[in-house]
Write a new protein. Structure first.
Length: 220
């Protein structure tokens, strides 16, 4: 997960009890960098407006600006009204990235590892780990198997680039320009607006070579 700042100005359409509108989408989409707030994939073919706290027909929740989030269809379907009381990526007092660690498996068919790094695990952290584990790994129906495959292929496409940049930085025969290009590309991947940024940040933090070589870039 990644942190973002909510636009304080609520769309006027919410006063008319309308949330699934262009006005809402036009604010939410850039606010969440065009990414699902749970799995972090971008260029969504199935973007949805998700209620952080399931509204279950309660208008105060259904049209509450602070309760509307940008998600993909897969994560919205998995979260549904089952997963509640999770970490809020719009809360400035919570560093969701530092609390939840995500690491890619060695092969696409393996499970993504989602875990807590906090010494004081609470209900919200536990619930968030459980939800993200399902969002990244669940294949309990044929359609979820397909959406999981699409998700993991997107992840590994970026991971291939990440490993290429790392190899360039590690390789002694790389030129100064080549290393500078690789470093710049990797720096872009570490920004919150980049797809799946949580993975690239944790892969850097778990790599002593990259931690030393990119220490001037690490501000997360």
């Amino acid at each position: 997960m990644f942190n973002t700042v909510r636009n304080p100005q609520a769309p006027d359409c919410l006063n008319d009890e309308k949330y699934n509108t262009k006005e809402v989408v036009d604010i939410l989409e850039p606010m969440f960098f065009g990414k699902c707030y749970l799995c972090e994939q971008d260029e969504l073919s199935d973007p949805e407006i998700e209620h952080f706290d399931p509204h279950e027909g309660i208008n105060d929740k259904k049209y509450d600006w602070n309760n509307l989030y940008y998600s993909c269809g897969r994560c919205n379907s998995i979260k549904s009204n089952i997963h509640r009381n999770i970490l809020d990526c719009c809360d400035p007092d919570i560093d969701v990235f530092r609390i939840i660690k995500c690491i890619l498996p060695s092969t696409p068919d393996g499970n993504i590892m989602v875990s807590s790094t906090s010494d004081e695990v609470n209900v919200k952290i536990t619930n968030t780990v459980t939800l993200l584990d399902r969002c990244y790994n669940e294949v309990n129906t044929p359609l979820r198997g397909i959406t999981r495959s699409v998700l993991i292929e997107k992840l590994f496409d970026h991971y291939t680039d990440f490993l290429t940049y790392r190899a360039t930085l590690k390789r002694k025969k790389s030129t100064v320009d080549e290393k500078g290009h690789a470093k710049g590309r990797m720096n872009s991947m570490l920004k919150a607006n980049f797809p799946f940024s949580v993975f690239w940040r944790w892969h850097v933090l778990s790599d002593s070579f990259l931690m030393a070589d990119l220490q001037d870039l690490i501000d997360f």
